[in-house]
Design a protein around this ligand. Structure first.
Ligand code: AMP
Ligand code: ZN
Length: 437
């Protein structure tokens, strides 16, 4: 029997009719806030919406044009603010390192509703007051740190606000305080394991039971690998700063996809090229509307994340639909000699191989007129003790599997453990040195 806890059972198991009527009420309120901004006022007027009363059903949302990341950048810094600054209690931005960041202002009410959704997410994994929670996500403008922090406190967990980095100290604190739940990126979780022996630690030194893994794409094989090596349950956690941050969608104890908290997040999957709405089961770009926003209302925000809404129901009894794993972003798609490749395709091939260690990198160069792809992979140290023929054969096998999956011929380099760059926050797996046109 799985240990199941609800934070707000009535809402989490509410039937569609109840959810929809609640959502409609919230959408009207949201449109009221949006109409206070110059940006949305003209946009909404153009489609015949000049008052919340013009929204009569949830279907009216489809009349409203999408909001894009570029729209948010044009509004930098305060162009989308719909309340007086005196009501704003916190500002967050996206973690993007290039260009102008997207800014989200929060009222106290905005923060309260976010915290509540994180508490709901944590409870869905069966964690609670009894747990010691070590938060290894970066604190600051990035929403991963503070978002989970307040939710975990609301649940009553004992929170250790470590933030990212300083691996030795993280391991020591995990050991000294008997940490039972981690919040961490999947790439850092793999790195943490590879540092255990160097820190004189073994699994027996820890009380770890669960890890919340998010902030970057990763494959089902990476999850299994982490669960096996650490002997824990790893839960997928999804969010983005434009929709508050973590707590948009989270896995429950059954780990059958991430429940989107639909009373708050209206979710649509659209064809990334045409914007056409897609049915459940089909993969496309995720579009979200946070129905409870006050300070920064966003209507139909195009996330650039690719996923599908899963069909069928979850044994936990929650009625909120589930998202598949994020398979990539519409903008991280690589075009290599004309072939579209998602980094996640390469990761699933690489992480399936038991000989592969904990880190890899995808490098792109120009080779004359053509693109060349090199996949650098760390392999386990025992492979280096064997004969060279073994390494050559492994290289060929990886090459072969990659070729079958991505339909192009990569170069494969095998590296010793610990030799590729390590990231404490989101991993940067792709190094693209081709000249951009
Ligand atoms: P930020 O707004 O800086 O927090 O970045 C949010 C982005 O991180 C999302 O739009 C996704 O592309 C990515 N992300 C967050 N959680 C996950 C996850 N569980 N799986 C895959 N990608 C994720
Ligand atoms: Zn469930």
């Amino acid at each position: 029997m799985k240990k199941e806890t609800f934070w707000d059972k009535k809402i989490e198991t509410a039937d569609r009719k109840i959810l929809d009527s609640l959502k409609l009420k919230q959408l009207k309120r949201l449109v009221g806030y949006a109409l206070r901004t110059v940006f949305y006022k003209s946009r909404l007027k153009a489609v015949g919406i000049s008052s919340p009363r013009d929204i009569r059903s949830l279907k009216d949302l489809a009349r409203i044009p999408f909001t894009t990341k570029d729209d948010l950048r044009e509004c930098y810094p305060n162009g989308l603010l719909s309340v007086p600054m005196s009501r704003v209690v916190r500002i967050h931005t996206s973690s993007g390192t290039t260009g102008i960041p997207t800014v989200i202002h929060h009222t106290q009410k905005d923060l309260n509703s976010w915290t509540d959704l994180v508490a709901r997410s944590i409870s869905a994994t069966g964690a609670g007051k009894q747990d010691i929670f070590q938060n290894m996500m970066t604190y600051g403008m990035f929403t991963g740190g503070l978002g989970l922090h307040y939710g975990a406190e609301r649940v009553g967990m004992t929170v250790i606000p470590m933030g990212g980095g300083n691996t030795r100290r993280q391991i020591q604190i995990m050991r000294d305080f008997g940490t039972t739940v981690l919040h961490i990126t999947p790439s850092y979780m793999l790195h943490l394991y590879s540092m255990l022996s160097e820190c004189g630690a073994t699994l027996k030194d820890f009380k770890l039971k669960k890890a919340y893994l998010g902030a970057e794409p990763y494959s089902e094989d990476t999850r299994s690998k982490i669960e096996k090596m650490w002997q824990i349950d790893a839960y997928n956690s999804y969010g983005l700063s434009e929709m508050n941050g973590p707590g948009v969608a989270f896995e429950c104890v059954y780990k059958t996809g991430m429940h989107v908290w639909e009373d708050v997040y209206h979710v649509e999957i659209v064809d990334p090229k045409t914007g056409e709405l897609l049915d459940d089961g089909l993969e496309g770009e995720l579009v979200f509307t946070n129905l409870l926003r006050e300070a920064t209302p966003l209507l139909r925000y195009r996330t650039r994340d690719m996923a599908a809404i899963l069909k069928g129901s979850c044994p936990c009894g929650r009625t909120h639909r589930r998202l598949s794993r994020i398979t990539g972003r519409t903008d991280d798609m690589l075009i290599i000699n004309g072939v579209n490749v998602y980094p996640s395709q390469i990761e699933s091939v690489v992480m399936k191989m038991p000989e592969v260690g904990n880190n890899y990198q995808i490098c792109l160069e120009k080779d004359g007129a053509l693109d060349s792809l090199t996949v650098k992979i760390e392999i386990s140290s025992r492979m280096f003790q064997g004969d060279l023929g073994l390494i050559d054969r492994l290289k060929e096998r990886i090459k072969e599997s990659l070729r079958a999956s991505i339909v192009i011929n990569p170069r494969v380099e095998l590296h010793e453990p610990g030799s590729l760059p390590v990231f404490e926050g989101k991993a940067k797996r792709v190094v693209d040195n081709r000249i951009k046109i």
